[in-house]
Design a protein around this ligand. Structure first.
Ligand code: PMP
Length: 285
């Protein structure tokens, strides 16, 4: 693979980052993951706008203008002949030459890296079979709206899920589901209304979540942005998760108990179909 590092496109084995990089030592870095379909970035302007917000919240400099970042992303996609998958990008506060909690001065420039990951988006098997989930305590920090690389809590949540014969975890705080370990969480109630938690510092402001709310509006699907409990999820008609690289995946069980009839739900399937149609259309497939 060709990767991008600080202004250069190089073979992955030639990309070197210092052991004193603050991303490595302090997780002092932000990231974004944009989906690529038909060789084109999906909803990338929204991802780059969120990147700018994450940077601003941490007083991190954007290495270049969003339009320039997009040019670099597209060049990387072309270099790797990526048709379907994602572009990962990360910006850390850079290499301050020592381990020191204090922010380095303006003289230290950010470390900016990107790589591509090939992965089926439209025909991913999990989108058909659905996934099994377990619930775990949400032990993450208090600013989940900032997309930082401090991802140990979601790694632990996924590991816990795998050890308990599940694919992924729903995170619970004060009896309420915040989101999933790396995606937003939704339920469908008995009347067919889509429910997802409102935006706040408790969750990541998912780009796919926002696109789905917009599509729900356009397609006259009822939805509500409100917190929901683990019990509500357990007895919901359907559950699904959303993210840039899954689009929508149905959830067929939670803590070992079937959701609905234990098969991917109809409304989830319909919303996924609407999203996929939009995604194919805007990427010109
Ligand atoms: N919540 C969390 C915790 C995530 O890691 C992600 C994936 N980046 C999402 C939600 C979904 O966000 P998006 O739709 O922008 O990929």
């Amino acid at each position: 693979r060709t990767v991008y590092l600080n202004g250069e496109f190089v073979a992955e084995q030639d990309a070197k980052v210092s052991v004193f990089d603050r991303g490595f030592l302090f997780a002092d870095a932000v990231y974004e993951v944009s989906a690529v379909l038909n060789g084109r970035l999906l909803d990338n302007a929204a991802h780059l706008a969120r990147l700018a917000r994450s940077c601003q919240a941490l007083d991190l400099r954007l290495p270049c203008a969003p339009e320039e970042i997009e040019i670099l992303q597209n060049r990387l996609i072309a270099e790797n002949n990526l048709r379907e998958g994602a572009v990962y990008l990360q910006i850390s506060r850079g290499n301050s030459g020592d381990r020191d909690f204090d922010f380095p001065g303006e003289t230290v420039s950010p470390t900016f890296l990107m790589f591509t990951q090939a992965r089926p988006l439209i025909h991913h098997p999990k989108s058909q079979t659905g996934i099994r989930m377990v619930s775990v305590d949400d032990i993450r920090w208090q600013r989940r709206d900032i997309k930082t690389v401090g991802l140990l809590a979601p790694c632990l949540a996924k590991e816990y899920a795998h050890k308990h014969d599940a694919d992924d975890a729903l995170l619970v705080e004060n009896g309420l589901i915040t989101e999933a370990s790396s995606s937003n969480a939704w339920i469908v109630d008995a009347g067919g209304t889509l429910i997802t938690r409102p935006l706040s510092t408790h969750i990541l402001h998912g780009i796919t979540r926002q696109a789905l709310l917009e599509l729900a509006k356009q397609n006259d699907l009822r939805f509500e942005e409100r917190p929901f409990t683990l019990e509500e999820a357990q007895s919901a008609r359907e559950i699904f998760i959303s993210s840039a690289t899954t689009f929508i995946w149905p959830v067929v069980s939670l803590n070992g108990k079937a959701i609905g009839d234990g098969k991917p739900g109809d409304i989830t399937a319909k919303l996924r179909e609407i999203y996929v149609r939009m995604a194919v259309e805007v990427t010109g497939g």
